[in-house]
Design a protein around this ligand. Structure first.
Ligand code: DX5
Ligand code: ZN
Length: 219
């Protein structure tokens, strides 16, 4: 099954409720939390996410680009996020943290920057509900998709198939009508798109288009 998760990083921050309502055909709403330490950009935090969850008809897919997720991530789960994804590079104990997220009722996700190898995480897959392969350097929307990250997806897809686990494989960064097919063919089933959705006159139509392209190219 294909999922399209628009990133509100590209939405109008003064009109988030309106913009979220304009994409009711999205699967989840992707929320990029940045702390100006793990990445050189600052967005929103716990209170914003809690309030957004109250007004959104779609579940939230929270992507934490923060230092010390061991300390902060569980609070995002407790505030009602459907999934909470933290960075492998930032976590002290990724397995313990994933277990705490699941105990709090969220899906547990782990994210890998473009330069982070996936191999050490393959044997830990049963601990996670989703793996996020960053297809740009985290921090900003509107960057170009890095095809060099696709071999990681292929490795993940074959490990997931072998394990028989139902783990979402998500890509984030530079996903548009061209690149979504490349990522789908490599094994992704969950697609974050910021600019491609919100820099369009018809965000909902763009979601439908991305979904059908991904479906055509998925395994
Ligand atoms: C980047 C964020 C992405 C970003 C994607 O650090 O994690 O979710 O919003 O934006 P686009 O789709 O414009 O590359
Ligand atoms: Zn993101």
């Amino acid at each position: 099954m294909v999922r399209i998760n628009p990133s509100i990083l590209a939405a109008d921050f003064a009109n988030l409720e309106r913009d979220v309502a304009s994409i009711s055909n999205a699967d989840l709403i992707h929320v990029d939390v940045m702390d100006n330490h793990f990445v050189p950009n600052l967005t929103f935090g716990l209170q914003m996410v809690g309030r957004l969850q109250e007004v959104s008809t779609r579940p939230l897919d929270v992507h934490l680009m923060i230092e010390d997720p061991d300390r902060w991530a569980p609070e995002y789960a407790e505030t009602g996020a459907y999934s909470v994804t933290f960075h492998a590079e930032a976590a002290r104990d990724a397995v313990a943290l994933a277990r705490r997220l699941r105990q709090s009722g969220a899906r547990a996700g782990i994210a890998l920057k473009p330069g982070t190898a996936v191999e050490p995480y393959l044997e830990l897959l049963p601990e996670f509900d989703q793996v996020l392969v960053m297809t740009v350097e985290p921090g900003f929307g509107g960057q170009s998709f890095r095809e060099s990250t696709m071999p990681k997806l292929a490795l993940l897809r074959s490990a997931v198939m072998k394990s028989g686990l139902d783990i979402w494989l998500e890509v984030d960064g530079g996903i548009d009508e061209e690149t979504i097919s490349v990522a789908a063919e490599a094994g992704a089933d969950t697609f974050v798109a910021g600019s491609a959705v919100f820099r369009s006159d018809d965000p909902a139509g763009r979601i439908d288009l991305l979904r059908s392209l991904a479906e055509q190219h998925s395994h």
